[in-house]
Design a protein around this ligand. Sequence first.
Ligand code: GLU
Length: 288
Amino acid sequence: MLWKSAIRNRKMIVTRFAPSPTGRLHLGHAFSALFAEAAVKKEGGTFLLRIEDIDSTRCRQEFTEGIIEDLSWLGIQWSPEVVIQSERLDLYAEALGRLREQGLLYPCFCTRKDIVREIAAAGGAPHDQADVVYPGICRDLSETLRRQRVAGGEAHAWRLDSRKAVERAGELNWTDLELGTQRVCMDRLGDVVLARKDIAGSYHLAVSVDDAGQGVTLVTRGEDLLGSTHVHRLLQGLLELPVPQWHHHRLLRDAEGKRFAKREEGMTLRAIRESGKSAADVRGDLGF
Ligand code: GLU
């Protein structure tokens, strides 16, 4: 196992590219993958590929195949063992169980509408759904009511009680190679979902479990995930997982300053390839 031997050799870095197969890869993904590759080239080490496909409502096998095709074309070399998150749900369930035993989770029965309504009632106006901090509607339900509703088969997610969790974990820091030492602060994301209503896990839980399981020592990814890193570092503390370093990179933007998104068909690596550009052109354009 390549990554196991890399773990033994502490001097070598282990990094990963972890796309979600919800569309074709675009230039922003290429930048991210090449950024990780550059770290491995500089330091020596292992490049892992992980397919983050636990969201079965949005992920498709054809996009996983597209990822492999596009990265191969780009000339990226990854360790042969590709981790597929949808095959590892039992590991996430086990980690979830450990957090539940610590009394750090609570069932949340809210719909998206309930949450938006509650925030509006409190005078807030969430513009971007992704940035909504859960207002805590289910956090203070009595234990009896929780049990009744769960036993009654009511659909529920599991949320981290972030205040309790921070208290339990104590002061935690993490290091970004550019930003330096950061202190864990959950104000930005609050009581995140660790198991969705329809999936026995969530992005935050799966990433934390897998980065540890794969011996990742350097997480490189876009700066849009800075907030998530606070969650991941907290989970590492609570689950006693090894702590990597992070290197968040700037996001690639188009001429109008807009982020490359998967729906911009023209910017997919496939479309770029079909337009006659070579992988060397793309590497050059992106500064690698
Ligand atoms: N799967 C995530 C994405 O495609 C990236 C996760 C990570 O790098 O931690 O945005």
